[in-house]
Design a protein around this ligand. Structure first.
Ligand code: C5P
Length: 232
């Protein structure tokens, strides 16, 4: 797996997502399936998109007691996804249990990455609601290091944090970065954004791009533009 563009397929149902993917004809973009689509359509949608030849990042952000997460991860591993994730806040014990659950009898497993602090959580919310009083960037780096020490493959983070994560956790520790916008595009509800070219320069391993592709007049052209800026 190398640098790639992952298309966030935030659609509410099978019909919409398959109609979207049909536009790509021979191309098989790496697809992110999130909670909305998964909860609407269940594991069948993962199998169907996989059978069409796409790699899949299943973004369900698990967070529960270690035994429950381990068993859930074993189910997701059987779906043959390529990347899945959990919350680092579930602690080292949960992350290690997740890796055990994901590992198939032949020793292979999907990549496992951690969410550190959600980008919707700011310093004030962290202090007031979570009683965490360290600066948020230190908290993010600490969670990334905890994930690496538990044996995970990387983190989901802002492209603005990707360089720091690599400096702290090593170049081989994956940074998967949403919050990507074209220089001439709409920012929408994302606050801290980068272009695909900037994300490449800072060292993101994968960019996750949703609306700049899914809501474009020509989604395939928008996807190709991301690939040209980020991968080439
Ligand atoms: O449409 P847009 O490009 O903003 O989509 C970004 C995708 O990445 C969405 O699926 C969103 O849920 C996800 N994401 C994010 N920020 C995070 C984690 C995930 O935008 N910190």
């Amino acid at each position: 797996m190398g640098k790639d563009v992952i298309v966030a397929c935030d659609f509410s149902g099978k019909e919409q997502v398959l109609a979207f993917l049909d536009k790509f004809h021979g191309r098989k973009p790496f697809v992110k399936i999130g909670m909305e689509l998964y909860y609407a359509e269940g594991p069948a949608i993962v199998r169907e998109i996989k059978a069409r030849g796409h790699q899949i990042f299943l973004d369900l952000k698990l967070h529960d007691i270690p035994n429950t997460v381990k068993k859930a991860m074993a189910v997701l591993s059987n779906l043959d996804v390529d990347i899945t994730n959990l919350h680092a806040a579930g602690t080292t014990a949960m992350m290690k249990a997740a890796l055990e659950g994901l590992t198939r009898p032949d020793g292979t497993r999907p990549l496992l990455i951690a969410v550190t602090q959600l980008t919707s959580t700011d310093q004030a919310a962290m202090e007031q609601d979570l009683l965490i009083h360290e600066p948020i960037d230190q908290v993010v780096m600490h969670y990334a290091e905890t994930a690496r020490n538990a044996g995970l493959d990387g983190v989901v983070c802002s492209p603005l944090e990707a360089g720091k994560v690599h400096a702290r956790c090593g170049k081989g520790f994956l940074t998967v970065t949403p919050g990507v916008r074209f220089a001439d595009g709409d920012v929408g509800d994302q606050k801290r954004v980068m272009t695909p070219a900037q994300a490449k320069r800072i060292g993101s391993d994968y960019i996750v791009v949703g609306r700049p592709i899914t809501a474009a007049a020509d989604p395939v052209a928008a996807y190709e533009r991301c690939v040209a800026e980020f991968c080439d």
